[in-house]
Ligand binder design. Structure first.
Ligand code: MRU
Length: 363
């Protein structure tokens, strides 16, 4: 499946504006880092790994846009990076990407002129992009193996039904996807009967984007309202749940799209496995637990309007959290590119990258 969600060509960032999907495929090319910030804020570019990839390229554009003297270059770039980091708070991939580019600036600035440094930043941004694509492949492979093991008792007799939430495919990652990648590989291997995609209120990433990707991949699916997940489990229509993540704390607590926690509670109550698939760039090793993850609150209008059309008074009191935290006790396994983590997650995560303890200052 090639959706071509994002690329960097001829010094411009090219992306599919996801706000218009699936009705219109609007492609944008920009050389302005501020336009990339706007795209991230408005969810034209979205999904944790894709936000990280776009943030990397935004720094490259900011370097290319600089017209002043070299002595002012670092200040310009760090100011631009601060603006990029202020675009969205929850997905840690963004800060993972900017931290890498800051390291390149500080390591290379003294011995490089401005065009050379911009070149080095581009190399690093492309590396981040390539690594995310590679990580998706590894997650998909590890996830397939996990499903084969977990369901070895039923797979000779029946195929599996799965519930997923929000959007985790190429549109969210640039690669085969996180949760979506596992589903796609499992479908190809003959393990999956059907996918239930919850619509994902209020911005409908499940209805608009996951359905678009499932259709392209020719995987059988039905969109369901977010609130029907528990009922489908009660009717034994869902074998397992798999979602992506925007940030995972060091103890395995998972921040993901609002509604994820409710699915996890329902899965726990009904004895269904609840899997999280995420690259290690989504793990924030410096955050002890989920209570420290900054949760984005978005405009009330996203609730009172549907697709820009008012369905209630614009000034209605409304509370619009974009993400929630699923406690690690509800998570059966975290499928990463470095392997499948099982409880105790704190130990498994500490083992994964004991040297990485950098904290992302974005509160
Ligand atoms: O607000 P969004 O659409 O950026 O939220 C995206 C999600 O919550 C995804 O589930 C998450 O980023 C995992 S993506 C691979």
């Amino acid at each position: 499946m090639m959706i071509d969600a994002i690329s960097f060509e001829r010094d411009a960032l090219r992306y599919l504006d996801q706000r218009f999907l699936p009705l219109k495929e609007v492609r944008v090319a920009t050389r302005d880092y501020k336009r990339v910030i706007e795209a991230i804020k408005t969810l034209a570019i979205r999904g944790a790994p894709l936000i990280g990839i776009a943030a990397g390229y935004a720094v490259v554009l900011a370097a290319r846009q600089f017209k002043g003297k070299k002595k002012n270059f670092r200040a310009h770039l760090f100011k631009a990076i601060q603006e990029i980091e202020a675009s969205r708070p929850t997905a840690v991939n963004l800060f993972f990407a900017t931290a890498r580019l800051k390291r390149v600036i500080d390591a290379e600035l003294a011995q490089s002129d401005i065009p050379e440094l911009a070149q080095k930043l581009e190399r690093e941004a492309r590396l981040i992009h390539d690594e995310e694509i590679e990580r998706c492949e590894l997650i998909a492979r590890n996830g397939l193996r996990l499903l084969q093991q977990e369901f070895s008792h039923v797979l000779p007799f029946q195929r599996l039904t799965v519930l997923t939430h929000c959007n985790t495919g190429e549109l969210a990652t640039g690669g085969v996807g996180t949760a979506f990648g596992v589903i796609a590989r499992a479908w190809e291997a003959g393990l999956i009967e059907k996918v239930y995609a919850s619509e994902t209120r209020p911005l409908l990433q499940g209805l608009r984007l996951t359905a678009y990707e499932l259709e392209k991949a020719q995987i059988p699916f039905e969109v369901v309202s977010d609130s029907s997940a528990a009922f489908l489990m009660q009717k034994a229509m869902i074998d397992f749940v798999i979602v992506g993540a925007d940030r995972i704390a060091a103890n395995g607590d998972v921040a993901n799209k609002i509604g994820t926690y409710a699915h996890a509670v329902a899965a726990h109550f009904h004895g269904r496995k609840f899997f999280v698939a995420a690259p290690i760039s989504t793990i924030d090793f410096a955050i002890a637990d989920g209570s420290q993850i900054p949760i984005e609150r978005r405009a009330n209008l996203e609730l009172t309007r549907i697709y820009g059309r008012s369905v209630a008074k614009d000034n209605l009191p409304a509370l619009n959290f974009a993400f929630d935290i699923t406690p690690h006790s509800l998570v059966s396994a975290i499928i990463t590119d470095k392997g499948v983590l099982k409880p105790n997650f704190a130990d498994a995560i500490a083992e994964l990258a004991p040297e990485q303890t950098e904290s992302y200052d974005n509160a």
